[in-house]
Design a protein around this ligand. Structure first.
Ligand SMILES: NC(=O)c1ccc[n+]([C@@H]2O[C@H](COP(=O)([O-])OP(=O)(O)OC[C@H]3O[C@@H](n4cnc5c(N)ncnc54)[C@H](OP(=O)(O)O)[C@@H]3O)[C@@H](O)[C@H]2O)c1
Length: 122
C-alpha cells in the first residue's frame, strides 16, 4: 500500500506478485490496483485481521505508524537532503527482532543496515 505520490514515483507499476493499494483523494481507477480514498477503511480491515504492508511515503508512514505491529527499517549510512521524512519513532514501544549489517559492495555504494522491529504488547 502506498500514497499516490509514491505510486507516481515507482519505476515499475503495478508492483509484481502482490496486491497494490493506492491511497488518494482522487476519484480515479488505476489498472492493476485497488484505489482507497479513506485510509481509515484500511485500519478497520486491519483490526478485523487483514494484513497490510505500508511502503510509503511520509504521509502513509505517519498515518499508519500507530497501527503497525512491525517495522522493517533500512538505514542507509549517509546524509541526504530530503523534503519528506520518516516519522519520529518512540523506541520504548518497539523491540529489535532482527538486525543485519551489509557493507557497501561498490566504491560508490553505501553501508546498509536492516533492522526489524516488533511492537511491544501493552
Ligand atoms: N525511503 C522510503 O522508505 C520511501 C518509501 C516510499 C516513498 N518515499 C518517498 O517519499 C516521497 C513521497 O512521500 P509523500 O509523503 O510526499 O507522499 P505519499 O505519502 O506517497 O502520498 C501522498 C498522497 O497520498 C494521498 N493521501 C495521503 N493521505 C491521504 C488521506 N488521508 N486520504 C486520502 N488520500 C491521502 C494523497 O494523494 P492525492 O493528492 O492524490 O489525494 C497525498 O497527496 C517520495 O519522494 C518518495 O520517493 C520514500
Amino acid at each position: 500500500m502506498n500514497g499516490y505520490t509514491t505510486w507516481e514515483s515507482l519505476p515499475v507499476k503495478p508492483l509484481p506478485d502482490r496486491n497494490n493499494i493506492v491511497v488518494t483523494s482522487k476519484d480515479v481507477s488505476i489498472p492493476g490496483c485497488v484505489v482507497v480514498n479513506d485510509p481509515a477503511s484500511i485500519v478497520k480491515r486491519h483490526e478485523r485481521g487483514d494484513e497490510f504492508v505500508v511502503i510509503g511515503g511520509g504521509t502513509m508512514y505517519e498515518y499508519f505508524m500507530g497501527h503497525a505491529s512491525k517495522m522493517y527499517l533500512t538505514i542507509v549510512d549517509n546524509t541526504f537532503n530530503a523534503d519528506v521524512l520518516f516519522p519520529d519513532i518512540d523506541y520504548s514501544k518497539w523491540y529489535v527482532s532482527r538486525t543485519e549489517f551489509v557493507a557497501k559492495e561498490r566504491e560508490d555504494g553505501f553501508d546498509l543496515s536492516f533492522t526489524d522491529f516488533t511492537r511491544i504488547c501493552e
